[in-house]
Design a protein around this ligand. Structure first.
Ligand code: GLN
Length: 310
């Protein structure tokens, strides 16, 4: 068996092992998300030479949700730089749920860019001009990370816009702390659209691989962000990407990662690979149950933990 067959076999075996897991609940606070098939389960891995390996429903479209956050953080960092981003959003694990109504004592900043409050801020830091509106920049950036033109699931967008008062509350709270560059209505609308961008597990694996490859998309060869920005994003993913499950994830799986409520999950092996899973049922921290099990098992089986001396 050659190396490519071995990777495909490994993903196929993980898929078979976890496909029958029935734990977890699909998110329903965005009503349209309940239309996803809970049995869908896709896995994908993209290597630094641009090879893509997959198993199961790796080409099934779903909305990116919070897996957009590291990539929009990358865009904000590229646009205005770390010091300016850091003025408005921190880089400390919050130890709280993704949608916590909570800002840092003293500074009034959201704890980090992976929780909703911080993601609304990073979205608002993306330059917004009549010639190049913020959302167009975000969609173009996510598309460059994925290596193909992505689009928006308008029904999921409308569903979140109709029910997203908690995120609106966060945006108004952030502005009340003196963050007067932030227009709460515009920021949240752009954030909802960004969360409704449609991707597949293969797209997410390419996006994660681009971060792992120092900002260069291994499929297209395009430099999407600098190696410095890619490293900054992976750092915050490692400490904050799984919300109040981040410490436990780093302890057990040992890879920078990001989860989303539609069931998407990415993990990156710096200079090695991008990984993604899709399966809608979630654990209480909002992580795909099958995705978590599969990526955890893969890390354990192949010794992918970053802190490990091979
Ligand atoms: N759009 C979702 C929200 O803001 C994203 C949350 C998530 O994926 N954890 O609630």
């Amino acid at each position: 068996m050659n190396a490519a067959e071995a990777v495909n076999d490994a993903l196929g075996a993980l898929h078979a092992r976890f496909a029958d897991v029935r734990d977890g609940e699909q998110a329903d606070y965005i009503p349209q998300l309940t239309r996803a098939d809970p049995d869908d389960f896709g896995l994908a891995l993209v290597s630094m030479d641009g090879h893509c390996y997959s198993a199961g429903e790796a080409d099934t479209p779903f909305t990116v949700q919070s897996v957009s956050k590291p990539f929009v953080y990358a865009l904000a960092l590229s646009s205005v730089g770390l010091d300016e981003v850091d003025r408005w959003v921190g880089a400390e694990p919050s130890g709280e749920a993704f949608n916590a109504i909570s800002l840092e004592a003293g500074t009034g900043r959201p704890a980090n860019a992976m929780v909703n409050a911080g993601a609304i801020v990073t979205t608002a830091l993306v330059p917004d001009t009549p010639e190049s509106p913020a959302f167009d920049r975000i969609l173009a950036c996510l598309s460059r990370f994925a290596g193909r033109l992505l689009d928006v699931d308008e029904e999921v967008y409308a569903s979140e816009a109709a029910t997203g008062d908690r995120n609106r509350a966060l945006a108004y709270l952030i502005r009340s702390t003196g963050t007067d560059y932030l227009d709460p209505v515009a920021a949240v609308d752009t954030y909802f659209r960004q969360c409704a961008v449609r991707v597949t597990a293969v797209d997410l694996a390419v996006m994660a691989a681009t971060l792992a490859y120092g900002g260069v998309n291994p499929l297209t060869g395009e430099t999407v962000v600098s190696a410095e920005v890619a490293a900054q994003v992976l750092s915050v993913m490692a400490t904050c990407g799984m919300y109040n499950g981040s410490g436990e994830w780093l302890l057990r799986v040992g890879l920078p990662a990001k989860s989303g409520v539609s069931g998407g999950l990415i993990a990156a092996g710096p200079a090695r690979f991008g990984l993604a899973a899709y399966s809608p049922p979630l654990d209480p921290a909002g992580t795909s149950v099958r995705g978590r099990a599969a990526l955890g098992a893969l890390s354990e089986r192949y010794g992918l933990h970053l802190m490990r001396n091979p």
